[in-house]
Design a binder for this molecule. Sequence first.
Ligand code: SF4
Length: 546
Amino acid sequence: MFCYHCQEAKKNKACDTAGICGKKAPLSSLQDLLVYTLKGLAFYAVKAQESQLDLTRCNQFSVRALYATVTNVNFDSAEFVGLITESVQRRNALAKQLPAIESVPEEASWQYDTIDEKEFIKKGESVSVPSLANDEEAYHGLRESLVYAVKGLASITHHALMLGEEETKFYAFIHQALHFSLNEHSLEEALALNLECGKLGLEAMTLLNHANTNRFGEPIPTHVHTDVWDKAGILISGSNLQDLQAVLEQTVDTGIDVYTHGEALIAHAYPAFKRFFNLAGHYGGAWQDQKNQFAKFNGALLVTSNSLQQAKKTYIEKLFTTGMVGWDAIPHIANQTSNSEKNFTPLIEQAKQNTAPTLLTNNIITTGYGLQSLLALTDDITNAIETKKIARIIVIAGCDGRHKERRYYTELAEKLPKDCLILTCGETKYRFNTLEFSDINGIPRLLDAGQSSDFYVITQFLHALQKSLKIESLNALPVSFNIAWYEQQTIIMFLSLLALGIKNVRLGPTLPPFFNEEILAMLDEKFSLKGIGTVEDDIEAMLKGK
Ligand code: SF4
């Protein structure tokens, strides 16, 4: 096993015996083989696109399959056996529609003898990341970074598709990037495609944001309570708001309260959710705290996107997954079909057998600074910057995680001078979103745009601010970016900033293990990329625009 997909890779090198996330070696091999076969599928998909063949099903399959390999999404071996099989079958079907090709890479020609998990695991061991490392280390790192970024892009694209929104350019790029990874290219070409992925990632976030606002309305800044009511409840963790809406609809008048967890917090700010009297509040914090928090919730639990951890005995029988999320032995709510909606009855029946949640905290969190709310503040913030009431805006965005070093983000928010605004999105905000921040001339010092994918909102707002301040580039704005990465969607967030030409981005709490010294030197030279240091040093540097 070799996996360095995420920020929690063992010793910041790689998980080599079992994943810190709970991924075991056999599952890691199945995921490696799936990516291997998807590269083979991409080999033909790129050619099929040139021949203008219909790729609709193939496109949606590649995105779904890649999303399954994102950190903390799916731990069910049977799911991966099915996806590998489908990948090879789809590839073979595409190949048959194209004229014969002379030179075909092994990824595009490998066939299984039988559909057998053990055979797949054995093959997967032979195509793991180190086995592909017969090229220069720096190129290898950028190629892997591209694959992880493509997984992040697939994750966003998949969520938009679940809301009925798609654009073929994302599918085309995903296949192009996987196809690219089959061969060796120059470092410059590999970096350029990473940046292109960042650019597409931001565009995919735009699509997902539009899908959410079209479906649920424009978010409104909202105070969300974290205390508990006195009835049994359902706790929904993850970014899929469609599932949350369906559960709320199916629990109206059942006496069951519904709470949000992790990335679901933003739901409270959408008008479509405000009509549900049984949307009781927000329970707990970020994904990595779920083991304790799920146990104390007492009721039924549903994980809808990439935040699943190995369940503890204390709550495993109350836990359900849905969508692409899965773990052997955890009941799964089947996806909707063209004829039927998702049926959450097993989840609701489980909730009825339980008691009310145990109180964890009794705070009020403010979220919901969506695009229109932030744009409405543009004039006030412009004025406050021009009159030196606001010295700097610090964007602290991204994922949360288990490492103790992430205490840095709490201290950073605490110690920033009172004339600094904080813009945030994603789960890293749970490090500081219950602190007191006051305001500057009536502008709240902490502005939470929502989920990781709402990073698009922050970039759009900064473009508006740049125009309002009549500043020639985003880099000239009094803004610093401090990005906390964990999984592949935050790789996209980071690459999107580089694609925008933003310099002096801080990426922490550790730099990605797939960026070796040569890559880091390259990113330093082109973008002045930084890791994090001490809070005091970083604040001093950011206030100087460094
Ligand atoms: S996803 Fe992260 S924690 Fe899990 S095996 Fe890979 S590097 Fe380790």
